[in-house]
Unconditional design. Structure first.
Length: 91
């Protein structure tokens, strides 16, 4: 499970380990016994967070205007297509 550095506490890590999930979170630099984590997977967390930020720019998604789940999901797909087209056309 990829987490932000704010969730690097011992209790959260132990809970994930007891659920047989691998926590991917960097340790606090001041820890005496830092642990290893997948740095490449942690970098991808930033990409996902930036995607959510771009999706929230669509007011219809941010405010959840649609009452039907089907319409809301369809507009998310439309926004993702729009985002992909902008990404492909950017030099």
């Amino acid at each position: 499970m990829v987490m932000d550095r704010a969730y690097e506490g011992d209790e959260t890590r132990q809970l994930l380990l007891s659920l047989e999930l691998a926590p991917v979170v960097p340790p606090n630099p001041r820890r005496l016994n830092p642990w290893e984590y997948d740095r490449e997977l942690y970098k991808k967390r930033n990409e996902v967070e930036r995607l959510f930020r771009r999706l929230k720019a669509f007011r219809r998604i941010f405010s959840r205007f649609d009452k039907l789940d089907v319409m809301f999901t369809a507009f998310i797909h439309l926004a993702l297509i729009f985002d992909a087209l902008l990404y492909l056309n950017t030099p």
